[in-house]
Design a protein. Structure first.
Length: 173
């Protein structure tokens, strides 16, 4: 089997806790057990696990488009307690939609000789899709479990899944 990585996108309090600044809704919480299951599977095989986490500055320009959320060092920017990284797993802080923009994600994937990435998390139409785009542009094989991603907008979720499959070549499972 190809060297593979599980990329967990933005499973943070501000998106998945009902008290969060940009709560994606109760339906989004249904992906938590799916992600836990995928995480356990990768850990059992000692495969690479990467957490991408929004960590914005207090005055980030993104807050012109969205309410303030996931400010670095706050409760909102913390990973959900159900999905905590082990010391050997990678936590990559990001300030933009794509997990590649301004981060060392590309270097982490290259060091681990990753050939295939499975992407789970939120929001399907924003950070998940932009990270999948980055993977496609770097010629990785991509898997997106449809029950492992969620969005606050069901129509955008469906469109993003379609785009990831048709344009980026992601295998939807």
């Amino acid at each position: 089997m190809a060297n593979q990585a599980l990329i967990i996108v933005d499973m943070l309090n501000d998106f998945l806790n009902p008290q969060g600044a940009l709560y994606c809704g109760d339906a989004a919480r249904t992906i938590i057990p799916i992600i836990e299951q995928r995480l356990n599977s990768y850990r059992e095989k000692n495969d690479t696990v990467i957490y991408l986490c929004d960590a914005h500055d207090k005055n980030d320009r993104e807050f012109e488009k969205f309410p303030s959320h996931c400010v670095a060092g706050t409760w909102g920017a913390e990973l959900l307690p159900e999905i905590k990284p082990l010391p050997e797993e990678h936590v990559i802080l990001k300030q933009r939609f794509s997990g590649f923009y301004g981060t060392d994600l590309d270097a982490v994937l290259k060091r681990a000789k990753i050939e295939q990435a499975e992407v789970v998390g939120v929001c399907t139409s924003i950070c998940v899709m932009d990270t999948v785009s980055g993977l496609a542009n770097r010629d990785y094989a991509i898997i997106v479990p449809t029950r492992g991603v969620a969005d606050f907008d069901p129509a955008m979720h469906a469109t993003a899944l379609q785009r990831m499959e048709r344009v980026y070549g992601a295998k939807l499972v």
